[in-house]
Write a protein that binds this ligand. Structure first.
Ligand SMILES: *[C@@H]1O[C@H](CO)[C@@H](O)[C@H](O)[C@H]1NC(C)=O
Ligand SMILES: *[C@@H]1O[C@H](CO)[C@@H](O)[C@H](O)[C@H]1NC(C)=O
Ligand SMILES: *[C@@H]1O[C@H](CO)[C@@H](O)[C@H](O)[C@H]1NC(C)=O
Length: 333
């Protein structure tokens, strides 16, 4: 009986994914100058407290470009890898790098893998994920070997396709003595990725700790947990701030605002432990079998011992964080 149900579910999921892919194919922008993997040229822009607004471009294997920048190996490092049809200078990238630099000094790299937002072609972006991830890995390796980048103080933050680019980049370091510390996968992209092919996507084990935040599960984003800990604002479905959305892009985008907000020391997004992914899908948090722990989503001082799935209540307007702990504690038992 259970098996039968799973087969039906897989078939339905496949059908939904197929129609979405058809839809994305029909939206291919033929006027794009972004082509296959051999044309990928990933660029890296550094922001620090001293250069908050103006990025300094650093080139792989170009020591001068590092020496002439404000890169400081003593500071922690964060990479932000933008999502599909987005760019390294978009509002989400600015929000995230500013939220970090409001806390303290960091080396913040924003990664441009799409020729400054030239292409809206999802399929091409997907095809290029391996090559882009490899170029990010080459850059990280160069910074580590030549300029003292500390992988144990390095986090990768990737949004939709960027989440998988982060995963591919980190895989190259996962068997080293010191792997990359943390990856945040912000609404990791679903179409043309498979739960059964962890080598081609963000997966548990790519870094010491992998956290995912799902805001558009089953449409643009994965709904199933693929890291150590998975957080589900509004059950990972359409977000309350996205009243009229039909295509999922608003909910998928909103995760970058949640994440930027979670870096603000005034706020704490609390997730409530819900035991299993089945519970999340059923939108319930039953009392039996779970401690209902309240755990912080996102943020920067990561507790990398957390695991499991968490429901996160969110508000429909900015600031989206829900701060009343008593209220959260009384929810959905
Ligand atoms: C890595 O960083 C963590 C803190 O996030 C620290 O507890 C640990 O000792 C560090 N490991 C190494 C090998 O430096
Ligand atoms: C990406 O690389 C992985 C590992 O080498 C491979 O298994 C996978 O087929 C590649 N995917 C694509 C789309 O090239
Ligand atoms: C928090 O939620 C509880 C339970 O719903 C409620 O009684 C209390 O008034 C709320 N506190 C604030 C500050 O809104």
């Amino acid at each position: 009986m259970d098996n039968f149900f799973v087969v039906i579910l897989v078939a339905l999921t496949g059908a939904v994914q197929f129609s979405l892919e058809q839809n994305m194919r029909s939206n291919i922008n033929t006027d794009t100058d972004v082509k296959g993997p051999q044309f990928v040229k990933t660029r890296f822009w550094l922001y620090t407290k001293e250069s908050r607004e103006t990025g300094q471009e650093i080139f792989v294997n170009d020591d001068e470009s590092v020496i002439n920048s404000n890169f400081d190996a003593k500071n922690p490092t964060r990479f932000f890898i933008h999502g599909w049809s987005d760019r390294a200078t978009s509002i989400s990238a600015v929000q995230i790098r500013s939220s970090y630099l409001d806390r303290q000094d960091y080396n913040i790299f924003t990664v441009d893998w799409n020729n400054n937002g030239k292409s809206t072609n999802y399929v091409m972006g997907r095809i290029n994920v391996n090559e882009t991830g490899q170029q990010v890995a080459d850059f990280i390796g160069f910074m580590e070997e030549n300029h003292g980048l500390n992988l144990n103080a390095t986090f990768l933050i990737g949004h939709n396709l960027g989440a998988h680019i982060a995963g591919i980049a980190a895989k190259g370091f996962k068997n080293k003595d010191v792997p990359i510390n943390t990856i945040f996968g912000l609404d990791p992209a679903l179409p043309l990725f498979s739960i059964n092919d962890p080598e081609s996507r963000l997966a548990i084990g790519d870094a010491k700790f992998v956290e995912t935040i799902h805001t558009n599960g089953g449409q643009i984003g994965f709904q199933a947990p693929i890291g150590d800990a998975a957080f589900y604002p509004n059950w990972g479905r359409r977000q309350p701030a996205c009243f009229y959305e039909s295509d999922g892009t608003c909910s998928d985008q909103l995760v970058t605002s949640y994440f930027a907000e979670s870096l603000d020391e005034r706020y704490e997004y609390l997730g409530k432990e819900c035991g299993s992914y089945d519970n999340i899908r059923d939108e319930k948090c039953p009392t039996a079998g779970t401690a209902h722990k309240l755990v912080k989503m996102g943020g920067d001082l990561v507790d990398n011992t957390i695991a499991g799935v968490y429901y996160v209540p969110v508000d429909e307007k900015y600031p989206y964080v829900v701060t009343n702990k008593t209220w959260i504690d009384n929810l959905v038992k």
